[in-house]
Design a protein around this ligand. Sequence first.
Ligand code: SF4
Length: 362
Amino acid sequence: MPVELLGKSAEELRDFVVSLGEKPYRAPQIYHAIYAERRFDFALMTNLPAALRARLAEEARITLPRVVRRFPSVDGSIRYLLSIGVSPGESTGNDGPKPAQIEAVFMPRDGRQTICISTQAGCAVDCHFCLTAQLGLIRNLSAGEIVGQVLVALEENRDALAPQTNVVLMGQGEPLLNYDATLAAVRILLDPKGIGLGPRHVTLSTSGIVPGIERLGREKIRPSLAISLNASSDEQRDALMPINRKYPLEALLDACKKYPLKPREYFTFEYVLLGGVNDTPEDARRVARLLAHIRAKVNLIPWNPGNLPYRAPSAESIEKFQDILVEKGVPAFIRYSRGQDVFAACGQLASIEMASPIVTQR
Ligand code: SF4
């Protein structure tokens, strides 16, 4: 059975080439070819001798997620429905990873592209405003399946890439419940010899898995952290995000206070404004109190009307909410989801095959 190389770290590749009886210095050459040059066919790795290329073609493989469908939005975003777990021409068998469908979204804007990727197929967390939650957890993705989504999105748009790439781990799944594979992928994204993104250009968004946040704080190499808040009290958050019963606001915010932020690093708190649910001035004042001693900014995401029983906030309540946070010294920005017409907006990622609108958000 050929060995899958996508997702392997430089050290893992070294072990692999040594196991083939090759010199260890071949590993960084392969690593560079895959992640920095995006060459996925061994025949194109012309930095390697022909005999090694032929050997790799027999002993190894590089399996990118396969694009099943592309859903271009009127705003320029593209949602990709991707298939993972099966190589082209391969039967599914019983011993390989389970086939699944996931999504990634490519969003070009103002001299940069942002790529939103999934870390799990489906999700077990059950946030009530999220379509992905309705899938339940199908399975964890491997590091290669996570990093592969970025490589596919970059290749698909190769001729139109802006100089700056941002990656957000906000697609299907709770990244901190697939910790090891997610961090292995993040290390490749942040490695100057790998994909080479800066730490401030890779953001991991969590529903608030406290042990995962604590563990992330101990990592030497880590992404920026975004926390999906969405409520101003435990009662409200329990109702919207049942994970709050396990990790209530006090525990979550305490983990944030103890998190070793680097100079100029801050948390992003995402707050989906649901009309008549969590968008009152009193909510805004409570959020400001909750975040008073945390270096944070807040992204306010007005709910996009869709298949779920919530309504959009009024323009007045959005503005008032922002004004109150800013007055209380909490930087707050209004973010409208992109790709809404193709189900690509935050939290809408539910492997939907059609191209008309719904929305959710993390
Ligand atoms: S918002 Fe995120 S954590 Fe919550 S159910 Fe959806 S994908 Fe899972």
